[in-house]
Design a binder for this molecule. Sequence first.
Ligand SMILES: [Zn+2]
Length: 233
Amino acid sequence: MNFWRTFLDILLPRHCIVCDIELNNSEKDLCNVCLFNTEYIRWEDATDNPFLRIIWNTHNVDAAGSSFFYCPENKFHNIFIAIKYHGCPQVGKKMAFLSFPYWKKLGLGNEVDYIIPVPLAKTRKFKRGYNQAEWIAQGVSLCTGIPVNNNILTRIRNNTSQTQKKGHERKENTVNIFAVKQNCCDLNDKTILLVDDIMTTGATLCDCIRALRQHFPTVRIQLYTLGFTKQDK
Ligand SMILES: [Zn+2]
């Protein structure tokens, strides 16, 4: 196994997705230096947790957390480029698995019945070949033992790409696009952990929460995203 890995590495050297240094045969996706120096978010409670404060403007949720800041100036930004555009969803699973214990210690994931990844538009999933939120959800599941449930939420219409949109445009672009699947299990009085790749304005997560609460008024909701976009102020 190691022989073939070494052989393949000579033929086709692999590079760290963060710093681009050549990987040795024991390293995968990220070099050990980058893994060791990963800059995780360390909010401790609601007073210093902008994620919670943004969502609380419109919805009541029990907890929320993210692992990395999503901003182009940060070299760890490359993690998200690899996950979203370079066909490396396994990096999302790995980084969620490695970083979620911090949030677990603070109560995120406590007494959760299901992890629910935010569904991707069918055409986008077909083009990309995967939904990165599902891979991140699998990393959280591996860390917590909570099952992933893909049979609850669905996307009933596609929104256009969010990438180039400003805050208010993103919000308008993300209204009534999610619904609860027919015949899905009863979530009243259950606790779910909604998982997405990146939190920007919160519009996507808020529309998922709206759809869930319409059907299940007493569902308790927690939120986790791997990335959190630094806010303007
Ligand atoms: Zn590196």
